[in-house]
Design a protein around this ligand. Structure first.
Ligand code: PEP
Ligand code: MG
Length: 587
């Protein structure tokens, strides 16, 4: 077996620890015909397993509420209801009476229910598919004696590395940070949400580690290097020493970088760049506010609904937004409206669509669900009184969407007026440029948008037609493609001419080499993950804006992403000498 597995660097840091394999997938079920006389015992066995599954689920919910919070743990309520559902048990018993073994009977019934729910025109039912799948896996695992392999089983202090196919919402809320020290997933890329979440939580992670579940048995020790995207299976004593040393160096380097993080982001010729941070979870806000950023350039609110069975109400949202705004004391906090769907963590499952990235998601879904959207808008307007809140709309394609949002904003204000609740009237409304349509037609938004933010993760995905979460395509996900550089330049030029601010909040801004080209393309605001503030400021403080502009010209004239990268690397090497930090971050 290969000892070194290479995936994609998702969240930096080195962990050395035992593997914890989590195969959260529906197992293969053998066909088994039982004689008539065994039917009563088989039904009794089925009921006994259901009881064990209930106990297990209660324990999981209990643990999740300690790890992630009571609200988040409510995801398991729906699963408890499925276990208690008379329609399912009656059907399973009917199949057993037709001489089918209990596990096959249950498997068939659950397949039928999942298909039925997935095709339902009622969104509430479609949302239950994820829960049905979880119950399907849990009960079958118990019946087949495959053991229960929830991450909750890991003991505190185990320092384990969780290896799984994908991190679903119900798995995420069970993660015990005191037990799981690293994450490795088979699917995903740097910009997929597992990676973003791992960075937010500060857990070292490698994604896109294809076939990891096949290659590991579960009793191995691993070294996981989140910075290089590498995993070593059963490392030698010498390798462990090397990585332990490297982990110490990384920590020291971090202390050094922290000083740079506090410094002003000024180029050597005096151009001031605003560096803000991305915040994914309200509970990160306090720590992120010390990362050296000037406010929040992107708060992703969909993580508020991660794995929840119900949407958070206005009060709860208001409290969470206010918490972030207050943590950043007076600095702007740009809060994006729900970007649910695609690869975003859904509310207890999500309608299954053949093409989710081109589907009913983000602003499209919010506009079709005006009550859900207005609840969020009211909470945001109220949070506006607590500081400099700005509202950002995801996945905008046409001006109609901005106009429709403005109409709902007016309704939200009228509703607050009617209730006599105080709020801020003139909260700025911004548009994300993350589709080629919006980038090309940026001029059409000038009358309605008060600022822009370029979401390069999606802009690259949609422009290059490369699924951002598909590990097989990771090398084709190239932000330096000439089309992307031109879209960014055009957005900056048109917006600045109209006197509007443009920020880049996609992961591109967090990569030092790419931040350099962004400054060269005329971008003056970057929103980065908190850990990248120092790296990005180091680049900004080490170059002049004119040098960056010249490099960006060369990169934009290049015909391929690789050529563009060479142009940038060559210039940065000249400016910084032998530095490795920017290349490590890029590769
Ligand atoms: C983006 O698409 O670049 C972005 C910032 O939004 P998200 O990564 O949440 O889709
Ligand atoms: Mg996006």
């Amino acid at each position: 077996m290969e000892r070194v597995l290479t995936g994609i660097s998702a969240s930096p840091g080195i962990v050395i620890g035992p593997v914890h394999l989590l195969r959260w997938e529906v197992p293969d079920v053998p066909q088994r015909i039982i004689p008539d006389e065994e039917i009563p015992a088989e039904i009794a066995r089925f009921k006994e397993v259901l009881e064990r599954a209930r106990e297990r689920l209660d324990a999981v919910r209990e643990r999740a509420s300690r790890n992630a919070g009571v609200e988040e743990a409510s995801i398991f309520e729906a699963q408890r209801m499925i276990l208690d559902d008379g329609a399912i048990t009656t059907q399973v018993e009917a199949y057993i009476r037709q001489n089918l073994g209990a596990e096959k009977a249950f498997d068939v019934v659950m397949q039928e229910f999942r298909q039925h729910f997935a095709r339902s025109p009622v969104p509430m039912l479609r949302e239950r598919v994820g829960d049905l799948t979880d119950v399907h896996i849990r009960v079958l695992s118990l019946m087949l004696g495959l053991g229960d392999h929830d991450p909750v089983d890991v003991r505190k202090g185990a320092n384990a590395i969780l290896v799984t196919h994908d991190l679903t919402p119900s798995l995420t809320v069970q993660l015990d940070r005191e037990a799981i020290a690293g994450i490795a997933t088979e699917s995903g890329t740097r910009t997929s949400h597992v990676a973003i979440l791992a960075r937010s939580l500060g857990i070292p992670a490698v994604v896109g580690l294809r076939e990891a579940l096949h290659r590991l048995r579960g009793d191995e020790q691993l070294v996981l290097d989140g910075s290089s995207g590498m995993v070593i299976v059963n490392p030698s004593a010498a390798e462990v020493k090397t990585f332990e040393r490297r982990a110490i160096l990384e920590k020291e380097d971090e202390a050094e970088l922290q000083k740079t993080a506090e410094a002003e982001a000024l180029t050597t010729d005096g151009v001031r760049i605003t560096v803000r941070v991305n915040v994914d979870l309200p509970e990160e806000a306090a720590a992120a506010s010390h990362a050296g950023g000037e406010g929040v350039g992107l708060m992703r609110t969909e993580f508020l609904v991660v794995g929840r069975a119900t949407m958070p109400d206005e009060e709860e949202q208001y409290r969470e937004y206010a918490r972030v705004v207050e943590a950043f004391g007076g600095h702007p906090v740009i809060i994006r409206t729900f970007d649910i769907g695609g690869d975003k963590l859904p509310v207890g499952g999500y309608p299954h669509e053949p093409n989710p990235f081109l589907g009913w998601r983000a602003i499209r879904m919010c506009l079709d669900e005006p009550e859900l959207f207005k609840t969020q808008l009211r909470a945001l307007l109220r949070a506006g009184l607590r500081g400099d809140v700005r509202i950002l709309l995801p996945l905008v394609v046409t001006l109609d969407e901005v106009r429709a949002t403005r109409a709902l904003l007016r309704e939200a204000m009228a509703e607050l007026d009617a209730r006599g609740v105080a709020y801020k009237r003139d909260v700025p409304l911004g548009v994300m440029i993350e589709t080629p349509a919006a980038a090309m037609a940026i001029d059409t938004f000038l009358d309605e948008a008060e600022f822009f933010s370029i979401g390069t993760n999606d802009l690259v995905q949609y422009s290059l037609a490369v699924d951002r979460g598909n590990a097989n395509l990771a090398e084709r996900f190239t932000p330096l493609h000439p089309a992307i550089l031109r879209f960014i330049r055009r957005t900056a030029d048109v917006a600045h001419q109209a006197g509007l601010e443009v920020c880049v909040c996609g992961e591109m801004a967090s990569e030092p080499l790419l931040a350099f080209v962004l400054v060269g393309l005329g971008i003056r605001q970057l929103s980065v993950n908190p850990r990248s503030v120092a790296l990005v400021k180091r680049i900004i403080r080490g170059v002049s804006a004119s040098f960056a502009a010249e490099a960006a010209d060369a990169a934009t004239s290049a015909r391929t992403a690789a050529e563009a990268q060479r142009e940038l690397e060559f210039r940065l090497k000249a400016a910084f000498g032998s530095v490795t930090f920017m290349w490590e971050a890029v590769h």
